[in-house]
Design a protein around this ligand. Structure first.
Ligand code: SF4
Length: 152
């Protein structure tokens, strides 16, 4: 195992005192250390998976990790909603869930025309949703590589 770059760093750099927000300076300095850390990817994946809500982990702030968790959760929710679309339930698909739903509908064999008609989306919107879903899928793959779901 490689040694983490923060092994000799002041913990206060990564974890502020209780109730004190991280300063921009602190965040920048911690992120610089993380950027050169040989275990950064594992550190980030574990922190996201275990919902670490404090401090800097893997070069990310709590808010950044929360966004990543939302991204993961949306892919799961999207699968459920896509099944509801396929079964004709006509669920409401909020914009944030659109990429995941579009992705899952394609995965279920629907084409762009059918998806557009079901979700009332223009071809450009479907394309944009697919591009966003591709980013989420890349992040899902990153998570599975560095901290598989089966570990949690
Ligand atoms: S990536 Fe994780 S282990 Fe590495 S320096 Fe940052 S907080 Fe420490």
């Amino acid at each position: 195992m490689s040694a983490p770059a923060c092994r000799n760093a002041d913990p206060a750099l990564f974890f502020p005192a209780y109730g004190v927000p991280l300063s921009d300076l602190q965040i920048r300095a911690a992120k610089e250390l993380c950027a050169a850390c040989p275990v950064r990817q594992e550190c980030l994946a574990i922190a996201v998976r275990s919902d670490e809500s404090d401090g800097i982990w893997g070069g990310t702030t709590p808010i950044e990790r929360r966004r990543m968790r939302v991204q993961l959760a949306r892919m799961d929710q999207g699968a459920e909603l896509a099944r509801a679309v396929v079964s004709g339930e006509g669920p409401q698909v909020l914009q944030g869930l659109r990429p995941a739903v579009v992705h899952h509908l394609f995965a279920m064999g629907w084409n762009a025309e059918r998806i557009g008609a079901a979700l009332q989306l223009a071809p450009g919107e479907i394309q944009a949703a697919r591009a966003m879903a591709a980013r989420s899928l890349a992040f899902l793959a990153f998570m599975e590589r560095h901290c598989p779901k089966s570990w949690s």
